[in-house]
Design a binder for this molecule. Structure first.
Ligand code: HEM
Length: 406
């Protein structure tokens, strides 16, 4: 029985590493009764995702979420429906990124509120988990509903509470177990029922917001994600097969909250912890911020190319925390011959992402480097131990995480 602990040096990650040493980078494991192909290591994952991106793009099954999402939304939908909603989401995020009040403005506004909130602690010891969760959630609120919320707003607190609880349930051993034996979902009580209740609560709230948007919609001046979707919905009104239904809107938006909040807040939380553990790295990051950004304005995307050390530090944090080591499950869209193995359409594929981040031939990395950030300086071209992280963490399911592609 596999130990279902998360993290780079436990559970699946360690297990996959051990198996790959014996069986090579492509092997099959049975999760419950389900045979699953594991692709381990940079070369195999790159070959699948880049050279055969289209074939490996299908979403594998995730029974607990499928029951709730009914093949709608963006994260757990399939085929043409997924393609259409994904295309629309990426275009809309790009449009919102370029408008009068663009996503960068929204992030800057939220960052100022976050700093203000942290300042209130007067440097005394505190647990920043809650506040670091609020900031990314609020940026997504601002993209979806146009406005951010006050951190004490009751609707906002309810939304956060349900999202947080669901993330815990989704990463629990019980949910993994239900994925292996889906029959349990229908016949056993357990936290999956709380998951469903929370999702319905979030969706009801979103439907209220959608109704408010319908009443104040100006098609010539879309304010946020919901407005763009409603315009598309109206345009497709005459198409009985349209994917753009109100139900799909509420599920897609719930997906965006689910996918974007915990990932970003965990990254921020661990970045803070690791910077505390590595004062020499913190000092260099601070020096670069002071030199490039200064003290009188907010950092912006244009600064990124002039801040190689900070950029490398953020990538290194992501490599280190190994947030989604097995990625979300994929499936192939057709039978495919891959490295002399035949992978049939019905078989699920897992990319062992952390393996790419930990080991790549030309980068100096010891995969057991577990207790500090490893930043190398080669003639001032700073890079973290694995610069392929962009590809492994985000660049998956043909084109991976939407925030990286938007
Ligand atoms: C540090 C932050 C983040 C990390 C590490 C991360 C990582 C990932 C990963 C590994 C996937 C799976 C890709 C695949 O299926 O192969 C994914 C998918 C996704 N992410 Fe992110 N993500 C982050 C932030 C965000 C944010 C801020 C948003 C939204 C605003 C977002 C929205 C999504 C969506 C919608 C998907 C599903 C894409 C699809 O199936 O087509 N993510 N993300």
């Amino acid at each position: 029985m596999i130990e279902l602990t998360l993290g780079p040096h436990y559970g699946f990650s360690l297990l996959f590493l051990k198996f790959s040493k014996v069986y090579g980078p492509v092997f099959t494991l049975y999760f419950g009764t389900k045979p699953t192909v594991i692709l381990h290591g940079y070369e195999a994952v790159k070959e699948a995702l880049i050279d055969h991106g289209e074939e490996f793009a299908e979403r594998g099954s995730f029974p607990v979420a499928e029951k709730i999402n009914k093949d709608l939304g963006i994260v757990f939908s399939h085929g043409n429906r997924w393609k259409e909603i994904r295309r629309f989401t990426l275009t809309t995020l790009r449009n919102l990124g370029m408008g009068k009040r663009n996503i960068e403005d929204r992030v800057q506004e939220e960052a100022r509120c976050l700093v203000e909130e942290l300042r209130k602690t007067n440097g005394s010891p505190c647990d920043p988990t809650f506040i670091l969760g609020c900031a990314p959630c609020n940026v997504i609120c601002s993209i979806i509903f146009q406005n951010r919320f006050d951190y004490k707003d009751q609707d906002f607190l309810n939304l956060m509470e349900k999202l947080n609880e669901n993330m815990k349930i989704l990463s629990s051993p019980w949910t993994q177990f239900c994925s292996f034996f889906p029959v349990l979902i229908d016949y056993c009580p357990g936290s999956h029922t709380t998951l469903a209740k929370n999702v319905y609560h979030i969706r009801n709230y979103l439907l209220k917001k959608i109704k408010e948007h319908q009443e104040s919609l100006d098609v010539t001046n879309p304010r946020d994600f919901i407005d763009y979707y409603l315009i598309k919905w109206k345009q497709e009104n005459h198409n009985p097969h349209s994917e753009f239904t109100l139900e799909n809107l509420s599920i897609t938006v719930t997906d965006l909250f689910g996918a974007g909040t915990e990932t970003t807040s965990t990254t921020l939380r661990y970045a803070l912890l690791l910077l505390l553990k590595c004062p020499e790295v913190t000092a260099k990051v601070q020096e670069e911020i002071d030199r490039v950004v200064g003290k009188h304005r907010s950092p912006c995307m244009q600064d990124r190319s002039r801040m190689p050390y900070t950029d490398a530090m953020i990538h290194e944090v992501q490599r280190f925390i190994d947030l989604i080591p097995t990625n979300l499950p994929h499936a192939v869209t057709c039978d495919i011959k891959f490295r002399n193995y035949l992978i049939p359409k019905v078989i699920e594929t897992h990319f062992h992402g952390s393996s790419d981040m930990q080991n790549r031939g030309d980068l100096e990395c010891d995969s057991t480097c577990a207790d500090s950030l490893h930043l190398h300086d080669k003639e001032h071209n700073f890079h973290c131990v694995c610069t392929v992280l962009d590809m492994t963490t985000f660049f998956i399911r043909e084109n991976g995480c939407v925030q990286e592609r938007a």
